[in-house]
Design a protein around this ligand. Structure first.
Ligand code: SF4
Ligand code: SF4
Length: 406
């Protein structure tokens, strides 16, 4: 029957693969299973089979697509520049269209994250669960998810609709993506980014009309929902020249499906401001911090230097958590759909943290942060790199007036 939706993998995308296999060693699911159908090449061949009508898009073929973490490590390793992430989003959109079970399951990702009331209800129950200690006794991925969360408020303070004036002479206005769960669950990250950008001279606006970036919906095969969210965001961000995004998964999606103005990840903007001398390099205190590279930084956007620049400027000694750049297993809703594989990858990452003996991990993606916090030993802090810098900057300004601009 072939493909049926406008989001399907294109002939050119699939033809780009020359089946060289160079992507296999970097693919986490292939490394775990040794199974060709769990490899990038195998998944592309499954897409080709469906496209040619030789393979029906049934539940077993859909599972070939769904077992993929969409980490895009294969894309970074591919000499033929196969746009694997885009093709996989298209294949999942096809699976969602073809299979009722996938539609029901993915409806959650496509719709509720964009509804602030639904996120608010989920936040309230999660906050209650934290106070009841449910992370310790709830089985499976729900309990793990609760253990990975920051301490939630029942009614979190929202940054939506707020404006923050620049300190000193303004150098421009930046709009901040509030995100779906970033705002209620990771509000401290937004406040740190706003504090640092205003210190550097940006006026920061968090437009009220925006919605979820749509990454989760796109990854889960809800392409139409993702397109609707992109449309809403295009309108909300149209008046701004720069949109700053402080979650790697969201910035990777928006850079690819942009709302119009320039979209940049917060770590890129802040590292540039440090390099330009608009933000000071603070005195080193020698505390080691393990820098974890979210896949949507390292593979999807090739961002690796900026988080290290930021934590060094905050006085830390930056150590690579995983030079191989394996996915931590968070991968959007992957931990709910494939809890065992997700847990295996998460534990491997936590073991790496333990091996380094650090007390601080810097991670710029909410899913990775939760995946790590749920598994690292008590007392290890997991924070966004810009949070570490904002704290160091505040402490320095309170304790001294002699910052050392670069
Ligand atoms: S590296 Fe690229 S061209 Fe080679 S098998 Fe993997 S996807 Fe295909
Ligand atoms: S996106 Fe990640 S899990 Fe999926 S095929 Fe590529 S490397 Fe493997």
């Amino acid at each position: 029957m072939g493909w049926t939706t406008p989001w399907a993998p294109t002939r050119a995308e699939l033809a780009a693969c020359v089946e060289c296999g160079l992507c296999l060693p970097v693919c986490p699911t292939f490394r775990l299973t040794g199974d060709e159908t769990a490899s990038p090449r195998g998944r592309i061949n499954a897409m080709r089979g469906v496209a040619s009508g030789l393979l029906p898009l049934d539940a077993s073929v859909a599972e070939v697509f769904e077992f993929c973490l969409q980490c895009r490590a294969c894309e970074a390793a591919c000499p033929s520049l196969v746009p694997f992430g885009r093709a996989m989003e298209g294949a999942r959109a096809e699976a969602t269209a073809a299979l009722a079970a996938a539609r029901v399951r993915r409806g959650v990702a496509g719709r509720w994250v964009a509804r602030r009331r639904a996120v608010g209800v989920a936040t309230w129950f999660a906050a209650l669960g934290q106070r009841l200690g449910a992370g310790r006794w709830l089985p499976g991925p729900l309990g793990t998810g609760l253990r990975g969360m920051r301490r939630l408020r029942f009614r979190p303070r929202s940054s939506l609709g707020t404006t923050h004036e620049a300190v000193g002479m303004p150098i421009g206005t930046a709009a901040l993506l509030a995100g779906c769960v970033m705002d209620p669950w990771f509000g401290e990250v937004h406040r740190a980014v706003i504090a640092v950008l205003t210190s550097a001279g940006y006026r920061v606006v968090v437009p009220a009309g925006q919605t979820c970036c749509g990454a989760l919906a796109a990854h889960e095969g809800r392409a139409a929902d993702a397109d609707r969210m992109a449309e809403t965001n295009r309108a909300a961000f149209a008046p701004f020249d720069l949109v700053v995004v402080d979650a790697a998964g969201c910035s990777a999606h928006l850079v690819g499906h942009g709302p119009g103005p320039t979209v940049e990840d917060a770590v890129v903007v802040v590292a540039r401001l440090i390099d330009e001398g608009r933000l000071p390099t603070l005195p080193g205190h020698g505390t080691p911090v393990a820098v974890q590279d979210p896949c949507h930084h390292r593979h999807a956007q090739r961002i690796t230097a900026p988080p290290r620049t930021i934590v060094r400027a905050a006085g830390y000694v930056a150590i690579d958590l995983d030079p191989d750049g394996m996915c931590c297993g968070a991968a959007g809703l992957y931990s709910q759909a494939h809890p065992d594989t997700s847990d295996q990858l998460g534990r491997a990452k936590a073991d790496q943290v333990a091996g380094l003996g650090v007390d601080v991990v810097a991670s710029a993606n909410p899913g990775c942060e939760m995946q790590l916090r749920a598994r690292v030993k008590t007392g290890v802090r997991v924070a966004h790199p810009v949070e570490l810098y904002a704290e160091a900057l505040l402490a320095f300004r309170r304790g001294s007036t002699a910052a050392t601009p670069t």
